[in-house]
Write a protein of this length. Sequence first.
Length: 176
Amino acid sequence: MSGARSLFVTGTDTGIGKTVVSLGLMQALQDRGLSVAAMKPVASGCERTADGLRNDDALQLQRQASIQLAYERVNPYAFEPPIAPHLAADQAGQTIETDKIYDIYQDIASKVDVVIVEGVGGWQVPLNNRETVADLAHGLGLDVCMVVGLRLGCINHALLTAQAIENTGCTLAGWV
C-alpha cells in the first residue's frame, strides 16, 4: 500500500449501498488532500455497451477517482447476468482469478494514497470454486468497512457479517 491505508468495502447483502458509501469515502479522503482510486474487481449484472460490458457502480467509482484508470483496471471481471459472480463467470467460460486482482490492485495502489476496493454481493459470495469475497479481502490485506442494509433482519445480518469478517482474520474498521 502507498501512503494512507486502503479499505475494502463489503456489505451484508447486495444492493444495500456499498457504492454510495465507497463514493462518500473517496470524496472525504479527497477533501483531505489525498489521491484516491477505486476498484470493483468483480461485477455481475453489467450492461452491454459499444465499449463492452459496463457496470454502473464501477463507472461511478472510475469517475470519482483522482486519477484516470482504464475501465478494465477498475472492473477486471464484468459479467452480464445479474447472478452470483462464480456462476456468471462459469456461464461466460471464465474463472475469476484473485491473483490477477491482486496484481492490478498493487499497480493502482502504487499510484495513489488510498484505494477503495468495493466487493460484490455479501462477504461470503463465491468468486470461484475455492475463494469468496472474504478470501479476496484477506488476500489484499485490507481493513474492512461493512455496509448494512437498513431493513428487517439487519441487526442479525450485521452481527453475523461482523463475526465472519473477524473469523476471516480481517479487521473490521467500522460499519455504516
